[in-house]
Design a binder for this molecule. Structure first.
Ligand SMILES: Nc1nc2c(ncn2[C@@H]2O[C@H](COP(=O)(O)OP(=O)(O)OP(=O)(O)O)[C@@H](O)[C@H]2O)c(=O)[nH]1
Length: 370
């Protein structure tokens, strides 16, 4: 097909390009859009509109997207010729109620052709007023369809001049609309994939946390404590720095359970966990529930004297646990500089012995491991 000229007596001459020129233009646009990353897409779509507009000597080319409920539309991309006013900013969230005729026609036919704004029917009042406001004499818009659903349109305007649009104009605009739609679709899919990946990563992180967390107290569980103890042993052995491990065991907890029931027992465990957090956990320290009514605190760089002070504070505070006024604890403290032969089992044996001595010596007290 060759170049086509569509004229009316009062209209400006509009030279549409040859099919060969247009095919070349399309391939250029298509390549830039195919290669565009989501971040670059806005610029590439505007470049595509610029190429379309300048080759065809249009004054303004644009993309509008509808909201999902078709209650409004927004101008998302725009190119304007030299000396032509841009309107993208004032065409955001344009309500359907402002130009019902346009919305209806676009939804029904996916095509609006205006050769002469003055000839628009009366029912197109709101739309016509907008064209007059922008000094548009001819305009054309073709729908963008994603999986059969109208999502927006690509359009172009002639300002202060007029033309009769041809079938070839419509065909070319449809091609561009399809290309832009495919680009938007690809970017939407990529964005959805990225979001799914982020959600999956967050879920995996949470799962990993849960695997190391005690459900009742939300402290680390035994698995989490084992991992922390092993890692601190090797870290502090390398640095030759001191490590304090404290075991905290509730006194006569079985009795509390038997007398008041498991719910009260659970509340006491949660309360002790809170007190441990407040009193023992500083930055870089780990506390957790070792099992049953036993808790463990792993405190790098904490000296024996500091550990004793903390144990005293804890012993004093624990009796205030609500609903369990009689609550007391026994604490074992082991402070040492790890060596190459230190193992988690050794450490646990040491603090366990210290707790045993605290129990043996009357409970509600702490003992230092030898
Ligand atoms: N409510 C509740 N009780 C638990 C939980 N896990 C373990 N226990 C109970 O904790 C109690 C621990 O009892 P023991 O190991 O005999 O120790 P104790 O009664 O505190 O005695 P001493 O340590 O010698 O002072 C047992 O009765 C367990 O059933 C739990 O998650 N919730």
């Amino acid at each position: 097909m060759t170049s086509s000229l569509r004229m009316t007596t009062e209209s400006t001459t509009i030279t549409t390009h040859s099919t060969a020129q247009f095919a070349y233009l399309i391939s250029q646009i298509s390549t830039s859009l195919i290669n565009a990353s989501p971040a670059e897409s806005a610029q590439h779509i505007e470049n595509a509109l610029a190429a379309l507009g300048s080759n065809d000597r249009k004054d303004r080319c644009y993309v509008f997207l509808f909201s999902n409920d078709y209650n409004e539309m927004s101008n998302t991309h725009e190119w304007v010729n030299d000396g032509i006013t841009a309107h993208k900013d004032d065409l955001q969230g344009v309500p359907a109620s402002a130009m019902p005729w346009f919305f209806r026609e676009m939804k029904a036919n996916g095509l609006i052709l205006v050769n002469d704004t003055a000839q628009l029917p009366d029912e197109a009042g709101g739309f016509k007023a907008e064209l007059v406001r922008e000094n548009i004499q001819s305009m054309m818009a073709v729908g963008m369809y994603l999986e059969g659903r109208l999502i927006g349109f690509v359009g172009c305007d002639l300002v202060h001049r007029q033309c009769d649009w041809s079938d070839e104009d419509v065909r070319q605009m449809r091609l561009v609309a399809d290309m832009i739609t495919n680009t938007l679709a690809r970017h939407r899919t990529e964005a959805q994939l990225q979001q799914m990946e982020a959600e999956l990563r967050a879920a995996n992180t949470r799962l990993a946390q849960l695997a190391h967390e005690d459900g009742l107290t939300e402290l680390k569980n035994r698995r989490g404590l084992d991992a922390a103890l092993s890692s601190e042993l090797s870290r502090l052995q390398r640095k030759q720095q001191v490590l304090t491990v404290m075991m905290i065991d509730i006194d006569h907890f079985k009795q509390l359970n038997d007398q008041h029931g498991h719910m009260v027992g659970d509340a006491a465990l949660r309360c002790v966990a809170q007190e441990l957090k407040h009193t023992l956990q500083r930055s870089g320290e780990t506390i957790g529930r070792f099992g049953g009514d036993e808790f463990l605190a792993i405190c790098p760089l904490l000296t024996e004297a500091e550990a004793q002070q903390r144990a005293e504070t804890l012993l004093a505070r624990i009796s205030s646990c609500e609903g369990a006024a009689q609550l007391t604890i026994s604490v074992g403290i082991y402070t040492f500089i790890p060596t190459a032969t230190s193992t988690p089992d050794d450490v646990m044996r040491k603090v366990d012995n210290a707790v045993y001595r605290a129990k043996h010596n009357g409970r509600d007290r702490f003992e230092i491991a030898s």
